[in-house]
Design a protein around this ligand. Structure first.
Ligand SMILES: *Cc1c(COP(=O)(O)O)cnc(C)c1O
Length: 395
């Protein structure tokens, strides 16, 4: 068990409550798939997947087969959807662990079919969700390329078309025009799938922004017209953050977004300890290249967290962390394993004091959005960059 005083606290109860709130937004029209990819957005798959399942999740979404195998080992009950696709040599693991693969290339279907045959799988026993590229140009089969993919689900094949997936790439643009165009393309593709005599169960569409913006009803109506059920795939909201909508809503926020602001609770806090405090005279230079110079006699606190833990080096000299419930500016450059805080204005700081890098202390809060804004990125990246060596503890 690592004991270095730099750790992440995961509150699983808010995660459960977030899941139930999101399910309430989706139901009764749609099912939810809890996105736990990338080690549950850096929150720890081992802590978060079981929490989502306790809250009722029947589907988990991961990026890779490796993550899928890990999710299955933790939670045997729910179905696990591998949304990042299947790569050469991974078919056998998909079959052995009963994962549900997303596929769109014929070589992926070859890989899965071979593995199913090798395992003696019966006709129609290996569920597959095909992804359709409705405009993102990232992954998925284009609507015009559907025919050869659909032909792979002929009677007798071990492959069964269980679901159809697409990814809305601008669900956080509040005017919704891109999303509507994507859904129209999807509608047309679903028509082609029906015309091919295939009747998948699930239409698997929509991230946190789509769910909060109230798209579940529209996606469910689309699914219903084609005899399918809708499934939405929230990630960020599960971990307690409301995505930002840009451009914002012209006519006020949808109820889902407004309620989410009140109800979603962050799951993760990132903390470290003060490991030493020193007094320096005016003129002392601090840290690499003396990028900070003491303007007066100052007190500096050394914190056991650095860019090697995922604390972005660009925050040096331009961000504050919390100690004793107050904001202490970062003095100078962030080192790989350490950061220095200016605690001159905060009385009584001593070794052992808890430092909050992300989270709340006293009346102050630092959010993942604060980190993201200061470094020109998004909360998803802030979370997933918290290093593997930072231990995650359930509280
Ligand atoms: C990550 C991901 C999601 C979840 O997105 P959030 O914005 O975090 O809710 C949904 N679908 C796909 C395909 C993803 O890759």
């Amino acid at each position: 068990m690592p004991t270095r005083p730099c750790w992440v606290e995961i509150r699983t109860r808010p995660l459960e409550e977030n899941y139930r709130f999101l399910l309430g937004l989706a139901a009764p029209h749609a099912e939810l798939l809890a996105i736990v990819k990338a080690d549950a957005y850096g929150h720890s798959l081992a802590l978060c997947a079981p929490a989502a399942v306790r809250a009722g999740a029947r589907w988990l979404g991961v990026t890779s087969v490796e993550e899928g195998v890990a999710a299955c080992a933790l939670c045997p009950e729910p179905k696990v959807l591998v949304i990042g696709g299947v790569f050469p040599g991974q078919g056998a693991e998909v079959v052995r662990h009963g994962l549900t693969a997303v596929a769109w290339e014929s070589w992926q279907l070859d890989e899965l079919e071979r593995a199913a045959h090798a395992a003696g799988a019966l006709a129609g026993s290996l569920p597959i969700h095909i992804e359709i590229d409705t405009g993102m140009s990232r992954q998925g089969v284009s609507p015009d390329g559907l025919a050869p993919v659909l032909a792979r689900f002929a009677p007798g094949s071990p492959l069964r078309l269980e679901g159809v997936m697409t990814h809305l790439f601008a669900a956080d643009e509040a005017d919704g025009t891109v999303t509507q165009a994507q859904l129209a393309k999807l509608d047309e593709s679903l028509g082609r799938i029906e015309a091919a005599g295939l009747y998948p169960d699930w239409l698997n569409v929509g991230n946190s922004a789509a769910l909060l913006a109230g798209e579940a009803g529209r996606i469910a109506a689309l699914a219903g017209r084609h005899g399918m059920r809708a499934m939405l795939r929230p990630g960020l909201a599960l971990y307690g953050l409301v995505p930002r909508f840009d451009p914002p809503f012209a006519a006020g926020e949808p109820v889902g977004v407004a309620e989410a602001r009140l109800r979603l609770k962050p799951v993760l806090s990132w903390k470290a300890a003060v490991v030493g405090v020193r007094a320096v005279p005016a003129g002392a230079v601090v840290g690499y290249n003396g990028a900070f110079v003491a303007t007066e006699p100052m007190r500096l606190a050394l914190v056991a967290a650095g860019y090697g833990d995922g604390l972005d080096r660009r925050l040096g000299n331009r961000f504050s962390l919390l100690v004793r419930g107050e904001r202490a500016p970062i003095a100078g450059r962030i080192s790989m394993d350490q950061t220095v805080l200016d605690v001159t204005e905060i009385p009584g700081v001593e070794a052992g004091d808890e430092v909050v890098i992300l989270g709340s202390q006293g009346g102050e809060t630092i959010t993942a959005f604060d980190h993201a804004e200061a470094t020109g990125t998004i909360p998803w990246e802030v979370f997933t960059r918290i290093g593997a060596r930072v231990r995650r503890v359930a509280v």
